[in-house]
Structure formats: C-alpha cells, structure tokens
Write a protein that binds this ligand. Structure first.
Ligand SMILES: [Fe+2]
Ligand SMILES: [Fe+2]
Length: 272
C-alpha cells in the first residue's frame, strides 16, 4: 500500500492562517509516503506569498510532488509571466513543473496546465500527453496517477469552460494505463469515475487553506492505493483541526471504477 496526502489550492495571500499548523500536524500524523499539491500555492504569485508557501512545504513531510496552478503565475509582473512565469514556483518547490515519482506500487506524473497564454482556463498540448505517457512507461502493476491543476470534466461545480485539450487528454489516459487523476482549481471536492472514461477515477480536491470556499470547508485528502483499489478519506477543517471523515473504498473492475456497495451511500456526490 502507498499512502498519498493530496493538498490543493493553498492560495497563500488569501489563506486561513489559523489552519496552517493544523494542516501540518494532520498531514504529518497521516504518515504519507508522498505529499501531492495540485496547484495554486499562491494567490498572486508574489515572492512574499511564495515564501509563506515555502514555510509550509518545510513543515510538511516529504517527498513532495507539486504542479502549478493559474494563481502561481506572477500576476503583477507581466514581463516575468511571459518570459519565465514559473520561475518562482520552481524555486519554492525546488523541483520541475512537471514532476514524476514512483515506488514499488504507485507511479505518478504531473503536468503544468496553467498555460501562460490560457492560465485561468488551462491548456494541455500534445507534448504534455506524451510526458504523461512516458511517466507511466514500464509501470508494470503500479497504479498510475496523473496530477494536474485544472479538472478534465465538470462535476461538482461548473464555473469555467474546460481547459483547452481536456477531451484529448481524457481520451488518451486509459490507453497509457492511467487509473486516477488528481486535480483541484474549483475549490469543491468530487470523487467518481469520469463520465467519458469510467476506467479513470476523477479525484478533484477542494481547497486546503483558501478563504475562497464554495460551500465546502477546507480539506485535504488521503489516498491509500492498492493494485486495483484505492481508499480515499476527506480530512475536513473543524475549528482549528482537520478531522478525517468516513473513507470511500473504490475498486477497479471491467467497465470502470466502482464504489464498494457497503459505502454506496456516499457515492459520487460532492460534499458541501
Ligand atoms: Fe484555486
Ligand atoms: Fe486555480
């Protein structure tokens, strides 16, 4: 089993300061093998906001895999945004914008969907699909997980047009062996098979620290992965701590992902 702690949309600069220590404590207590952050570490991509994000990364356990979100581009510096818009992100995360990671049971590959020309809507180009394909090459029995900021499908909330290239990537994911997609951006969580690719599980996180909530409290997820199953737990802010809610166990079967019958009552619905 591999345990992944999935955080998203921290939005330092428009965040809940009282939750920072609670988030660190709860993630550390979960003892994850990997911490994933699916973008929007900062609110406006400023150095000051990224230094706060760095302080959080320093207190979270490692290893860590981070991809950028649209808010991580430097909002007040258009020259930097178009010449090297992800420089501050790379410096604070101390890694690439499209990282890969694997252990004996799980393989992850991230892509940067915060395109510098379509940063709010997001965009995927064919080279990024190839990057994911290479990330899952020779994965064997490992569970393959793609990580990106923008969602590939409308689910809990329809706030923006889907990013450019979303349909093309979703169509390609099953063929490259991807079983799960972790994303964020809309600040509402959702778990369920993709409508147009039910063999891929859509795990959309809410916001872990932002003050801009959309009817759902701040939260992070843990995923306990097996070869053909995953147990997902929402850890939801309650006062000054994060409280684990009832886990959902999903199994991969011919035809797609299925929620275990015993927990069908929590099926597919967004929380909050
Ligand atoms: Fe966000
Ligand atoms: Fe975003």
């Amino acid at each position: 089993m591999t345990r992944i702690a999935h955080l998203s949309d921290l939005h330092f600069g428009a965040h809940e300061p009282a939750l920072i220590d609670a988030l660190c404590d709860a993630v550390e207590a979960a003892e994850p093998d990997l911490v994933v952050i699916s973008g929007d570490l900062a609110q406006r991509g400023t150095c000051g906001q990224f230094s706060k994000a760095r302080a959080l990364l320093d207190c979270l356990p490692g290893p860590q895999l981070c991809v950028p979100g649209n808010h991580d581009l430097p909002h007040w510096n258009p020259v930097l945004r178009f010449t090297d818009g992800y420089r501050r992100f790379r410096r604070v995360t101390q890694g690439p914008t499209e990282p890969v990671w694997r252990n004996d049971t799980t393989a992850l590959a991230g892509i940067n969907t915060a395109h510098r020309m379509h940063w709010k809507r997001g965009e995927i180009d064919p080279g990024q699909i190839e990057h994911l394909r290479r990330g899952f090459d020779n994965a064997g029995d490992r569970l393959c997980i793609a990580v990106m900021h923008h969602p590939l499908e409308h689910a809990a909330l329809n706030v923006d047009a889907l990013m450019v290239g979303a349909g093309r990537l979703l169509a390609a994911l099953p063929g490259m062996g991807a079983r799960i997609v972790l994303s964020g951006h809309v600040h509402v969580s959702y778990i369920g098979p993709f409508t147009d690719a039910p063999e891929v599980l859509f795990v959309q996180n809410g916001t872990s620290l932002s003050t801009r909530r959309r009817g759902e409290d701040n939260l992070f997820l843990t995923l306990d992965t097996g070869p053909d199953c995953v147990t997902i737990t929402r850890h939801v802010a309650d006062g000054a701590r994060f409280v684990p809610h009832r886990p959902e166990r999903w199994s991969f079967a011919p035809g797609g992902w299925q929620l275990d019958e015993a927990r069908m009552g929590q099926s597919r619905s967004a929380t909050g």
